[in-house]
Design a protein around this ligand. Sequence first.
Ligand SMILES: Nc1nc2c(ncn2[C@@H]2O[C@H](COP(=O)(O)OP(=O)(O)OP(=O)(O)O)[C@@H](O)[C@H]2O)c(=O)[nH]1
Ligand SMILES: [Mg+2]
Ligand SMILES: [Zn+2]
Length: 212
Amino acid sequence: MIVVANPPEPDLYLFDKLIATAFSSSIPCAMVVNKVDCDLSTTKVIRDNYSNAVDNIFNVSAKTGEGVQELKEFLKGKLVVFSGQSAVGKTSIVNRLFGENRRTGEVSYKTQKGKQTTTVSEITERDGIRVIDTPGFTAMDIDIPEDVFPWSYPEFSHLANECRFTDCRHINEPDCAIKTSVEKGEIFANRYKRYKEIYKEIKEKDKYDKKY
Ligand SMILES: Nc1nc2c(ncn2[C@@H]2O[C@H](COP(=O)(O)OP(=O)(O)OP(=O)(O)O)[C@@H](O)[C@H]2O)c(=O)[nH]1
Ligand SMILES: [Mg+2]
Ligand SMILES: [Zn+2]
């Protein structure tokens, strides 16, 4: 489960990589937009970019408790990992869900980033739910092979057989079903734009790995 909020400024590249990594490992993925008591614009950004890429999107406030009951119902019987940037409120949500009192931190006024309050992953088992709270992070290396990455996007996968070339990377190939779908507005344009950037990043990394 990817936890998102503003502040800190949402890093959509990071979410793209997390979703691709989960999907290519067959791990179901949902998102939680926290801090809706102080910011509502992020809920739209996340919906636009990810509504056809993740199983569910929950809008909550760990501060007021809004939306937390609905999230709790969804989590019943599941083992879930809370991951995301520092200071989005992962620990605060765990506290609100179970009446815990784990240490939470702030967003730094100067950098507008979190302060890495949680330093080790911890599991809470209660009410038929198992949640692993993890330390926040700011960047991640993507470890998906260049030929697998083009099929690591959930909303691309149902078009898998419609590109002219079976090994289509959806970049410059003719008759690419993904590009057509972007033009039709079925795949969100900014998400595709970032897809091309991340693909480039993986290619660069492969080149480097081969060289050294
Ligand atoms: N306004 C508002 N602030 C919140 C909410 N949830 C958490 N916060 C604040 O956000 C800050 C960070 O919360 P944490 O729960 O420590 O965030 P975290 O994601 O666990 O951070 P790391 O452990 O560093 O990864 C704290 O100052 C919280 O009080 C919310 O729903 N609304
Ligand atoms: Mg924490
Ligand atoms: Zn294609």
